[in-house]
Design a protein around this ligand. Structure first.
Ligand code: FAD
Ligand code: NAI
Length: 482
């Protein structure tokens, strides 16, 4: 059977796909130059990233007009809106990831290839991207084909147009101890790590007598960051405690304490105040301890230091012992992006990502576009922005309007957030028109229906629906390891 990393390197061309492939002087890895498809008269579009921006672009680009190459170290798309539901098993991890190959196989009209590789440098003067391969790549599936890349090989991929959609990475703001002791919830592999640590802490706490401070510490979960990632994660964890753990281990469940720490005076500050007040009330009712105007300044192995602003001149410093720490304070640009910024005068001073013009073209470059979280277009770093940017750009490319298209216009459909206890808040809009604002159980069902409609594959939609159906009948799958 073909492994995933083999099948995804799928080229539709018959034989003349790759025109040149040179193996340079051997260092520890092979350095190759790959000028894909330059023989067939079509332009080479290279996409970086298999997230909301990259996969939406791949889905909509007309492959009969371009040779399309997707490069991403992650061989799957991740439906991030349901990621907070996975650490506790409300939704299974595999339900919200979709292999890249499932998108690639639908592109039957032209050359489409995938490299399970990390782009390490954008060489904008040469129109190439240097990649480091994470798998053995045999473009034509022919065992005698010399034009293949081995795992850990480096290669330069030539592009006529580059679409940068590498997203962003968790921001620790350089706060000491976060990287060593905190856990993030950004990629699918973060989810089982959180679950494992929580379970191990429960097991260890269960050996200790009631009232032991170590037992209390092990049963304390701290979520730092009251944005939607932090709130939804805290809500899901509390759901697990209230709905499942209480039945298995009631004495442990009643001692679990979840803290949510937010530096601003409110959580979920993208929502109107009526909804944020409601959200705060729901969290407090479910016994999540909210710390507002509180910034974490240092993390130690077993406790963290939090500073609460009491007045303009006064702050209170507190030590909070924790067993599990989830860090959700937003994102920062990846190094491939910051390296490129340093090389382009028009990008100087940009700290959040690649500055793009109204056509999503990277300022200072002619043939490089940026979409999603790695682009600075004056919009929030959300999936709906990345998706719409990708759709816009593919329309421009498909109509051969590169350089003459109308500017990108974003249409805001609103925001939703799950709070726990089957309650959600929603502000649904159509551009500036308000369609629905509310919070509670009905909004929770609206949240579910809208998220199902947002899922970009039927396989995943079906799996999520069955996870929710299963949850109505049974407890969550809460396995330490598989
Ligand atoms: P991503 O989706 O992060 O994809 C980036 C891709 O680039 C990945 O495949 C990655 O592996 C790849 N990559 C990284 N480095 C390299 C490299 N060097 N070379 C090549 N490829 C690389 N937004 C909403 O609108 N609604 C929501 O409900 C919502 N919920 C969220 C919940 C969570 C827990 C999180 C973390 C985010 C949520 N978001 C939501 C935000 C949304 O996920 C992001 O805005 C969106 O993923 C951005 O898309 P992107 O394509 O820019 O980046
Ligand atoms: P965020 O940037 O939205 O929120 C991070 C929060 O952490 C901020 O409120 C900030 O004040 C706080 N913070 C920063 N440093 C801190 C510190 N040291 N101590 C305490 N608090 C601190 O990040 P998040 O939630 O990861 O979201 C990222 C993006 O993804 C956003 O654009 C968001 O809208 C989107 N998203 C949307 C979701 C939805 O629509 N349901 C769900 C999750 C993410």
């Amino acid at each position: 059977m073909l492994s995933r990393s083999n099948i995804i390197q799928r080229f539709n061309s018959t034989s003349s796909g790759i025109s040149s492939f040179k193996t340079a002087a051997k260092k520890s890895t092979t350095q190759a130059t790959l000028s894909s498809y330059s023989n067939n008269g079509k332009k080479n579009v290279v996409i970086l990233g298999s997230g909301w921006g990259g996969i939406s672009f791949l889905q909509h680009i007309d492959e009969s007009k371009y040779n399309v190459t997707l490069i991403s170290p992650r061989p799957h798309f991740l439906f991030t809106p349901l990621l907070p539901s996975t650490p506790v098993g409300t939704v299974d991890e595999k339900s919200i990831i979709e292999p890249v190959v499932n998108f690639a196989v639908k592109k039957t009209k032209g050359n489409v290839s995938y490299y399970e590789a990390q782009a390490t440098k954008i060489n904008h003067l040469d129109n190439t991207v240097t990649i480091k391969s994470f798998s053995h790549v045999n473009p034509f599936g022919d065992s005698k084909n010399p034009e293949s890349i081995k795992k850990n090989d480096s290669a330069d991929i030539k592009y006529d147009y580059l679409i940068s959609a590498v997203g962003a990475e968790p921001n620790t703001f350089g706060i000491p101890g976060v990287q060593e002791h905190g856990m993030f919830l950004k990629e699918i592999e973060h989810s089982p790590k959180i679950r494992k640590q929580f379970i191990e802490n429960i097991e260890r706490a269960n050996l200790l007598p009631k009232g032991d401070p170590e037992r209390k510490r092990l049963l304390t979960l701290v979520v730092v960051g009251g944005g939607p990632t932090g709130v939804e994660t805290a809500g899901e964890l509390q759901d697990y405690v209230d709905q499942d753990l209480k039945k298995y281990l009631p004495s442990i469940a009643e001692e679990v304490q979840i803290h949510l720490i937010e530096a601003l005076p409110v959580i979920l500050n993208m929502f109107e105040s009526k909804l944020t007040s409601y959200a705060q009330k729901v969290l407090e009712q479910t016994s999540i301890k909210l710390h507002l105007k509180t910034a974490v300044s240092e993390v130690k192995e077993k406790h963290l230091i939090a500073k609460t602003k009491i007045s303009d001149t006064e702050t209170k410093t507190e030590e909070i012992p924790y067993g599990t720490l989830i860090w959700a304070t937003g994102n920062k640009p990846r190094s491939i992006v910051t390296d490129l910024i340093k090389e382009i005068p028009e990008q100087q001073g940009s700290r959040r990502g690649l500055l793009v013009d109204e056509h999503l073209k990277v300022k200072g470059l002619n043939n490089v576009y940026a979409i999603g979280d790695n682009a600075v277009a004056g919009l929030a770093p959300t999936a709906q922005v990345a998706h719409q940017e990708a759709e816009y750009l593919t329309k421009v490319f498909n109509k051969n309007q590169v350089g003459s298209a109308k500017p990108f216009k974003y249409l805001h459909y609103g925001a939703l957030a799950y709070l726990g206890a089957e309650k959600a808040i929603a502000n649904i809009t159509y551009g500036k028109r308000q369609l629905y604002t509310g919070g509670g159980l009905i909004t929770f069902y609206i949240w579910r229906v809208l998220y199902l409609s947002m899922i970009i594959s039927w396989r995943s939609r079906f799996k999520v629906m069955s996870d929710w159906f299963k949850l109505a009948l049974f407890k969550r799958d809460f396995f330490k390891e598989l």
